[in-house]
Design a protein around this ligand. Structure first.
Ligand code: V47
Length: 383
């Protein structure tokens, strides 16, 4: 770990053997916004150390040596889904083998099971079930709030909100308001995939389109619900699609400021309809983090989600633009159904070790990035 604060460190000069990066490096050093073409150039560059150096410069300007993590638990109430996305191995059609839907008591019990460490966040996402009423999801949230009043509930992607609104014959603002009233505190970033229509038609053609995802996010932010934003990469998208995705997120963020964290998600092909696509490589994984950090100048946080890219890659990413590695998770289903070989959860101490050995300073956060202090089984959030 460096003993110097980020400001006091000697300023090394930028070095690269890729001349196309030089004008971008000047912009980054001056704190200027990067363009669409800059984004494509960054993706095309083979000099990952130079791209990573720039991303790290921005990351240290914003966060110094701090690296954020949380103690969270995932809950996936059902895997029954009408969407049949080609990218997904988790969702199943109603009546198919391997489907499950948790009874409310079971979901509340699941929430309290697992590690004894006091959890600060429930992350809830699931399939688009054709029959479960909206009130099932609201009862789920209300029951969690009653049983775990201190735990932040980050629930339902923009895709689930749009689906629940349509089924319940409600507008998006009405649906979001009822979610808020039930106890939803913020929203996860899933379902964004890649916004470009050409790609969406191939990987998730029954989902809301990119414009609807962005509009729903905007509405949520305007109603005081913060959210994350994801990008699924490593399937049929190209560099231009990725940059287009990042710029669309950046434009919404300019308007609302409601995104907390950008999370690139590596595509896991096993057991999906796109199983012929090879898994992402380390170079691609690290580049998503670095380019995301450089293009999304109005996002505070870039998360390298250890479940997706492995704890080892997430740790390296802390030197390539990432400032967050997500949390304990406890029980991950979506990527494990698609062949992920990472553990389903990690202990707090393991996350702290990953961060410390990367030369960063672990900062336990709640979902809104406030400091968490804890004794064994309880926690306090600094407000
Ligand atoms: O939207 C589904 C992705 C997402 C696969 O907000 C797949 O903090 C890879 O959004 N291979 C859901 N990815 C998960 C999600 C998330 C995860 C962690 C943190 C946060 C956050 C959000 O999972 C989906 C989709 O993009 N997904 N199938 C697959 N085979």
């Amino acid at each position: 770990m460096s003993l110097l604060s980020a400001d006091a460190r000697p300023q090394h000069s930028f070095q690269t053997d890729d001349a196309s990066l030089l004008p971008i490096a000047e912009k980054v050093q001056r704190g200027e916004r990067l363009s669409f073409d800059d984004g494509v150039t960054l993706y095309r560059s083979g000099d990952i150390l130079a791209v990573g150096w720039l991303a790290n410069l921005v990351r240290e300007r914003m966060h110094g040596d701090l690296a954020y993590f949380n103690v969270n638990r995932h809950i996936n109430p059902t895997n029954v889904c009408v969407a049949s996305c080609r990218l997904c191995a988790f969702g199943r059609k109603k009546g198919e083998a391997g489907t499950y839907t948790m009874a409310l008591e079971e979901a509340w019990e699941t929430a309290g099971s697992g590690y004894s460490e006091a959890i600060t966040e429930f992350h809830i996402v699931g399939g688009l079930h054709p029959d479960l009423p909206f009130e099932y999801f609201m009862d789920l949230v209300r029951g969690l709030k009653q049983r775990f009043p201190k735990v932040h509930i980050k629930a339902f992607t923009m895709v689930e909100v749009a689906f629940l609104a349509k089924r319940g014959k409600m507008t998006i603002p009405e649906t979001l308001q009822r979610m808020k009233d039930a106890g939803v505190d913020s929203m996860p970033g899933g379902g964004a995939e890649i916004f470009a229509d050409r790609v969406r038609h191939i990987i998730c053609d029954h989902k809301i389109d990119g414009g609807e995802w962005l509009e729903t996010a905007k509405t949520a932010h305007q109603m005081g619900l913060r959210s994350n934003a994801t990008m699924l990469y490593g399937h049929v998208e190209n560099d231009e699609d990725r940059v287009d995705h990042l710029l669309k997120l950046r434009a919404v963020q300019d308007e609302t400021g409601g995104f907390q964290t950008f999370i690139p998600l590596a595509f896991h092909p096993d057991h999906t309809a796109l199983a012929h696509i090879p898994r992402t490589t380390g170079m691609l994984d690290i580049k998503q983090i670095a380019v995301g950090r450089l293009m999304l100048d109005n996002f505070s946080h870039i998360k390298s989600y250890w479940q997706m890219v492995s704890p080892k890659m997430a740790q390296i990413a802390l030197r390539f633009g990432a400032d967050d590695i997500d949390g304990t998770v406890v029980e991950e289903k979506i990527y494990h159904d698609a062949g992920a070989t990472t553990p389903q959860g990690m202990r707090r101490a393991d996350l702290v070790r990953l961060i410390t050995e990367a030369g960063r300073v672990p900062f336990e956060r709640d979902t809104l990035y406030r400091a968490v202090t804890r004794s064994e089984d309880t926690f306090t959030v600094a407000v």
